[in-house]
Design a protein around this ligand. Structure first.
Ligand code: GLY
Length: 364
């Protein structure tokens, strides 16, 4: 029996549907449904493409024999998310002679999704992009909501655009081949939704931690759908991050500082966010906003999920603070953090005193 699919609708000016379930990459009709024209560019990386690009391309061609489909493959990893990689994708669209009704399929993790989405946003001022995320992190975060970007040497995601996808197809069967460390990294972003808006979800995650770590298909599908539903609701209300959408960055100011300081060779994004959420909870406590017990529960859940919760050895508090001053979420007024007043209740806080941040970092 085929496991049932779940869908989450994202409303707003450019509505689309997120479909979640096993075997989506084998479903020719579902894959081809978003196509408006006869041209498609499949963007992937050299780790994912050998596993799934052939099958996806074959299904698309079977559904639409008239389709002209080209493939553009990047080296796997964050180092590819550059203007140079972007320019490669644009060259591929030019070689395809892509018209305005062409469609870009982004098959991969966050790097592929962000870069392919940005190429789709820019080509002829915007063509369709179908996100086919293959990592848990991309399924629950980056493939949804239309943020697209590449990195500069000066910082992550500095050049980009908001360009909502035409559809998101999260094939949970591909998670079986996801390395355990990447699965855990994705779970950090799942925990984030509980932390910011859904305290009962934290209890659910606690009860299902073992199932999730064991790749249990039903548990993963439920966690993805619930995460996507939260993200969909938030981006529908605030697509351009003028307010509430910033809550999705809970743990990210600390996390990005750790990633930048480690030069992306240490903790991966999800791991850095896990540590960042613990620090954000601690900061909330130091500022007298939240009870210590909630922070302790969050920490315990992350430990159960096999995620780091302490600052890696040897990181200097002053240097981390310097990165936070440059964070693009920082504003003229000073340091800005997403804090919480307890599980499931996050808020944006501006003008956070540097002394409180330093205290939290030193104690960690
Ligand atoms: N990853 C945060 C956002 O999409 O807003």
């Amino acid at each position: 029996m085929t496991a049932p699919r779940k869908t989450v609708d994202v409303g707003g000016d450019s509505p689309y549907t997120i479909t979640i379930g096993p075997g989506l990459i084998d479903d020719a009709a579902l894959l081809a449904a978003p196509l408006r024209g006869r041209q498609a560019l499949l963007v992937s990386d050299d780790r994912v493409a050998p596993l799934y690009a052939g099958a996806l391309a074959a299904r698309l061609r079977a559904a639409r024999p008239e389709l002209t489909l080209e493939t553009f493959v990047l080296p796997a990893g964050e180092a590819s998310k550059t203007l140079r990689g972007f320019s490669g994708a644009i060259d591929a669209l030019a070689a395809l002679g892509a018209r305005r009704d062409a469609c870009v399929y982004a098959l991969g993790g966050g790097v592929v999704g962000d870069l392919a989405g940005f190429a789709a946003a820019c080509w002829m001022r915007g063509v369709d992009c179908v996100q086919v995320p293959t990592s848990l992190l991309a399924m629950v975060d980056s493939s949804v909501g239309g943020k697209t970007a590449v990195d500069l040497p000066q910082g992550k995601n500095l050049v980009g655009a908001f360009h909502p996808p035409r559809a998101v197809l999260a094939d949970t069967a591909v998670l079986r081949s996801l390395p355990p460390r990447e699965l855990r990294a994705g779970l950090a972003e799942v925990v984030k939704y509980g932390a910011i808006v859904d305290a009962p979800f934290l209890d659910w995650l606690d009860a299902h931690a073992e199932a999730l770590l064991a790749h249990d298909a039903d548990a993963l599908a439920e966690a993805i759908a619930r995460s996507c539903a939260h993200k969909a609701a938030i981006v529908e209300r605030d697509p351009l991050e003028h307010g509430e959408r910033a809550l999705l960055n809970f743990g990210h100011t600390f996390g990005h500082a750790i990633e930048t300081e480690q030069g992306y060779g240490g903790l991966n994004h999800g791991e850095a966010v896990a540590v960042g959420m613990v620090l954000a909870a601690r900061l909330s406590e130091v500022l007298g906003l939240a009870p210590a017990a909630d922070g302790e529960r969050l920490r315990a859940l992350l430990v159960r999920l096999g995620l780091p919760v302490a600052l890696p050895e040897g990181l200097d508090a002053e240097r981390l603070l310097a990165h936070m001053r440059l964070d693009k979420k920082a504003q003229a007024g000073g340091l800005r953090f997403i804090v919480w007043t307890g599980a499931g209740r996050a808020q944006v806080l501006s003008d956070v005193p540097e002394s409180a941040v330093i205290d939290v970092l030193r104690a960690a």
